[in-house]
Design a protein around this ligand. Structure first.
Ligand code: HEC
Length: 178
């Protein structure tokens, strides 16, 4: 009978193969984490607080938001659509129905037939809450506080707009809670 001498060896083999299997699991989950699912990386970056907070980095992120959410109406060059969607380029001429123009005048974003810079807070508010009674709708349910900061930074520094202003998420939060 050799079962007595056999079984410690078998135990050892089982132990070794289990260790090996665990090792495989560890390796495969590590490589999975490295590859990541789409969107995972961005979330991780945001929660790590590792976002590039420089003006250039913020403008770059803001362009991505703008290109996916705003170009349909305001166009890639920020010039909008005559009579319908206003340019975001400061100084650009715009002519439209009073229904469209009057709210812009009231917000300090339009004067004497042309777009004006307005203030950061007003533009943050417009992006968060839209402009009532117009086709500019509220984005606060669609994009994050950080993305509002990024896109407002972008529109104030693109197409020759050169405010040099860097909008922080804290400023967006302040406008949102006012
Ligand atoms: C469905 C079309 C539409 C989309 C999409 C849209 N807008 Fe607008 N936006 C408008 C219209 C129309 C107005 C003018 C509203 C009025 O008549 O007062 C406007 C006005 C604005 C204004 C005020 C004008 C100014 O020069 O400051 C800002 C700022 C603005 N939009 C930013 C954005 C941003 C940023 C996005 C993307 C996150 C966006 N809009 C997406 C239609 C749109």
């Amino acid at each position: 009978m050799n079962t007595k001498t056999d079984s410690p060896m078998r135990d050892l083999l089982i132990l070794l193969s289990m260790t090996f299997a665990l090792g495989l699991v560890a390796v495969s989950s590590a490589s999975h984490a490295q590859i990541g699912f789409p969107g995972e990386e961005q979330e991780a970056a945001a929660s790590d607080g590792e976002l590039d907070q420089s003006l250039e980095g913020t403008i770059e992120r803001g362009k991505l938001v703008y290109d996916s959410k705003c170009t349909f109406c305001h166009r890639a060059d920020g010039m909008g659509v005559p009579g319908a969607f206003p340019p975001l380029v400061v100084g650009a001429k715009f002519d439209a129905d009073p229904k469209i123009v009057d709210p812009l005048v009231a917000l300090g974003l339009y004067k004497d037939g042309a777009m004006t810079a307005g203030t950061v807070d007003v533009q943050i508010d417009v992006v968060l809450n839209g402009i009532t009674g117009t086709r500019m709708f509220a984005f606060k349910e669609q994009i994050s506080t950080q993305e509002v900061a990024d896109v407002v930074t972008y529109i104030r520094n693109a197409w020759g707009n050169d405010s040099g202003e860097l909008v922080k998420p804290e400023q967006v939060e302040a406008v949102a809670t006012n």
